[in-house]
Design a protein around this ligand. Structure first.
Ligand SMILES: [Zn+2]
Length: 292
């Protein structure tokens, strides 16, 4: 049975209101808006046990109709790897040890390994994708806890591309990564769908981030945001579908951080989706890049 989320996953407030209710591929999806910080989160949602089972087997079936990588998915992953590599280079990030959480078929890992000559490790809960990545010769674990006992559990770059929005305990997870796995001067690379341009409300998305709530999340868990980019790569040349962020461990203790609330979330969502429809109508081939 789904569980109700009583407290905001970011600020812990108990006050929230209904934000969106819809059917997503046969699943009822309900999102709520935190009355204090403006975070949009799914509630009720799958329990941790249901989520584990969902990601091991069902996730790709629900989203792609098959468990293993599809041509469309591989195309998107290659395009995303190019875009993320460009951002790394623009900020002078050159890792020696790189961890990709939710590494999928391992395309990003391979691209970074080839470009930087770095050591790479992946974490991927989906069985078919993990097997696919391992067959490419990559080291891929099913869960981050498998890294805890390893001789060198720290990395100078950790990426979560389209992962953060799936985490039921995003604050705890990000704190654990900083404390246990990120080198003190390491980099965090995060990409999530943008609430103000992406459909967002999917069964697997526990959180729907705006630029503001994403920044506040990173601040709260002890990171300093170095760069944040809104863009559509590789799916769109003009729609700001995604938020990509580069962060480092902060020098200020997380306890001293106060959250700046996001205001007018419903209005911003309506305007953003309206603008998306306008751009799609005016520039259809730039709004959605054809996938071969
Ligand atoms: Zn909140």
């Amino acid at each position: 049975m789904p569980e109700t989320v009583d407290h905001c996953p970011l600020c812990q407030s108990e006050i929230s209101s209904l934000f969106d209710r819809r059917l997503f591929r046969g699943h009822q999806v309900v999102n709520r808006l935190c009355g204090r910080c403006g975070l949009v989160f799914q509630s009720p949602r799958m329990t941790p046990g249901e989520l584990d089972e969902f990601y091991a087997r069902e996730y790709r079936q629900v989203y792609q109709g098959e468990e293993g990588p599809t041509q469309k998915d591989l195309f998107v992953q290659h395009g995303r790897a190019d875009a993320l590599l460009g951002l790394m280079s623009a900020h002078g990030v050159a890792p020696a040890r790189y961890l990709d959480i939710g590494c999928s078929s391992g395309i990003l890992l391979k691209r970074f390994m080839e470009h930087f000559g770095c050591e790479v490790v992946g974490v991927e809960p989906g069985v078919a994708y993990r097997d696919y990545a391992r067959k490419q010769g990559l080291t891929v674990y099913s869960d981050i806890t498998e890294l805890k006992g390893s001789a060198d559990p720290r990395f100078d770059l950790i990426s979560l591309a389209h992962v953060l929005e799936h985490l039921p305990d995003l604050v705890g997870y990000l704190v654990d990564l900083r404390v246990d796995h990120l080198a003190p001067s390491g980099w965090m690379l995060i990409e999530v769908p943008n609430l103000y341009a992406h459909d967002s409300f999917e069964i697997a998305h526990m959180i729907s981030f705006s630029e503001c709530t994403l920044r506040q999340t990173l601040k709260k868990v002890g990171y300093e945001v170095v760069a944040l980019k809104k863009h559509g790569a590789p799916r769109s040349k003009i729609l700001p579908l995604y938020l990509t962020l580069l962060a480092r461990p902060a020098t200020v203790a997380p306890a001293d951080i106060s959250i700046r609330p996001e205001r007018n979330v419903a209005l911003k969502r309506r305007l953003g989706m309206f603008w998306r429809r306008v751009l799609q109508r005016l520039f259809p081939r730039r709004a959605w890049v054809p996938i071969n």
